[in-house]
Design a protein around this ligand. Sequence first.
Ligand code: CU1
Length: 184
Amino acid sequence: MLRNLAMPRVCLLLPLLLVLLTGCSESDPEALAAPLPIEDGDSCHVCGMLIQDFPGPKGEAFLKGQETPSKFCSTLELFTFLKQPENETRLSHAYVHDIGKTTWVQPADEAFIRASEAWYVVGHERRGAMGHTLASFAERGEAEAFRDDHGGRLVTYEEIDLDLLGRLGRGELGGAGMDAHTAH
Ligand code: CU1
């Protein structure tokens, strides 16, 4: 008696193509370059001032392909640089100090966080290297506490643009010496 022969199962196993990126082993696209310490003699990429001479949160930026960061005396200068159209498209990633974890007067290198993940307070009364600067925080609650103490309002990374920076520079968002009641 003939037994039904099981139909051979057609296995459509597509071979996995293991693309071996030989020769590129050092450029892991997932590994973002870490921030570097702010050292004696480091000067601001925008204004040339010695960064350590000034209080307030600082910034570091890596453009695509850049192995050492450009350093900035303040978050205001960092964003003024980054938001230029010719720089914005070239940005890999940037760092700012988490003022929730370090002091305003002398921010520590260990307190650098990704700029794109930070909360910012603008229009507050504290002074940075160039006058007003954006106060940066990892935690929203700490940004809110800073705002409650020093005035201003919260913005996200996505809300920072040249228009906002211009208004900050002109003091239109409030800041030191300004009556908090006039701030929107
Ligand atoms: Cu500067």
